[in-house]
Design a protein around this ligand. Structure first.
Ligand code: PLP
Length: 409
């Protein structure tokens, strides 16, 4: 008899769980897009987005997914033939490179493997060797969702500054925004790319490109930018229609408005702390399971792990089996392994991921972990004992009980 009845739980690293408030905000008739409240709501929406990115720079919104954001960022700052340096720590860097190559960019790659973060010393070295300053931009994923590595973006900026290199710094925060601490201006990021469906708790379909004055100068130096991707009309629209180069994504905007309200009610600092606390609970359980048997955390050092997603593997190849069991028996869907193929494991049956980004709380994460614990037992996969005990102790110690205080603070 399956235990999967009731509300299913999705713990994949995007799209993330949609809050009921977001769903309800979207459940309404079509608005007028030529005048009225939706148009009036845009300036505050943009301001609130900038607050989440910790930037005073501009924000352009595109109807598209994260890939659209990648292309928009590239199209506004670089032209065919320009050299760019990608810092790769997983599969997402390579998808971004594919887009850059299709635009004719000349891509150099520093690859740090699938289990380690970017090493800023190596970045500094590579930039030092670029004597004629051919590299126009350096690209890094703040979190690469395939490996769950967290990169130190501020350290990459420091490497650029140490060499006095003028390249623009791009950060992909599609997975990390509103999950892992990120401060665009303080960390010296010139172009930041995000999307609606992860920490921002809104359905897939909106891409965001944040950019500063240096990036604007790069845009001004280009002969042409394709009309649809050009960020200028999207930030200085004479008509609302120009914000989106056509019909606005009306219902996504309603959903996003509600999600941004939720983030500001909780406060960004508290949102980051919640993700930290829940991630530590996940790591506590996983480290306990890993003491015996085949389970491994992909990123060994906690300091280099994202608070949005955790990549794991079952070295005996039973990752896929565990995922299927959890879905069928517990109503829990974990993320597939991505970019973790090896010659011995071409379908990546070892690897899987827990998404813990966005709209989730402590009881939800305990449900995920306890369901996984049951799965390891039911499938006879060897594991360290007491993971749930360790997880609850971690939760109990990471926040003192304050009578009357709610999780949202
Ligand atoms: C999800 C994700 C992407 C891709 O976003 P899409 O909306 O699927 O195009 C890119 N980079 C990172 C780091 C991601 O997590």
């Amino acid at each position: 008899m399956s235990g999967a009845g009731g509300r299913p739980y999705l713990a994949i690293p995007g799209p993330s769980i949609m809050p009921d408030r977001v769903l309800q905000a979207m459940h309404r008739p079509s608005p007028d897009i030529y005048s009225g409240p939706l148009i009036a709501a845009m300036p505050k929406l943009i301001d609130d987005l900038r607050a989440v990115a910790c930037t005073k720079g501009d924000a352009a919104i595109y109807i598209g997914n994260g890939h659209a954001g990648w292309e928009a960022g590239l199209a506004n700052t670089l032209k065919a033939g320009d050299k760019v340096l990608f810092l790769a720590t997983g599969r997402f860097a390579y998808s971004w490179i594919e887009m850059a190559e299709a635009l004719g960019l000349d891509c150099d790659v520093l690859d740090f493997g699938r289990q380690a973060p970017v090493d800023p010393d190596q970045v500094e070295q590579a930039l030092r060797e670029d004597k004629s300053r051919k590299v126009k931009a350096v690209m890094v994923c703040h979190v690469d969702t395939s490996t769950s590595v967290l990169n130190d973006v501020a350290a990459v900026r420091a490497a650029l500054d140490m060499v006095g290199h003028p390249a623009l710094l791009f950060a992909d925060c599609i997975a990390s925004l509103a999950c892992d601490r990120f401060e665009m201006d303080a960390w010296g990021v010139d172009v930041m790319i995000a999307a609606s469906q992860k920490g921002l708790m809104t359905p897939p379909g909106l891409a965001f490109v944040f950019f500063n004055e240096r990036a604007k100068a790069a845009r001004a130096g280009l002969d042409r930018v394709s009309r649809y991707w050009d960020w200028v009309p999207r930030t200085e629209p004479e008509l609302f229609y120009q914000f989106f180069m056509g019909t606005a994504p009306t219902h996504h905007l309603y959903g996003l408005r509600e999600a941004l309200d939720m983030l500001s009610e909780e406060s960004l600092e508290a949102v980051w702390r919640r993700h930290e606390r829940l991630a530590k609970t996940v790591w506590a359980a996983c480290s306990t399971w890993a003491q015996v048997g085949p389970l491994r955390l992909n990123i060994a050092a906690p300091a280099h792990r994202s608070r949005a997603v955790t990549a794991l593997s079952l070295e005996d190849g039973s990752g896929t089996r565990l995922r299927h069991w959890l879905e069928a028996e517990m109503g829990l869907t974990l993320g597939i392994g991505l970019g973790m193929e090896t010659p011995k494991d071409p379908r990546s049956d070892r690897a899987f991921r827990i998404g813990h980004m966005g709209h989730l709380n402590a009881q939800a994460i305990l449900g995920v972990l306890a369901a996984m614990d049951a799965g390891l037992k039911a499938l006879g996969i060897a594991h360290g004992d007491g993971a749930i005990e360790v997880a609850t102790r971690e939760l109990a110690k990471s926040e003192k009980v304050r009578p009357g205080a709610r999780a949202a603070e």
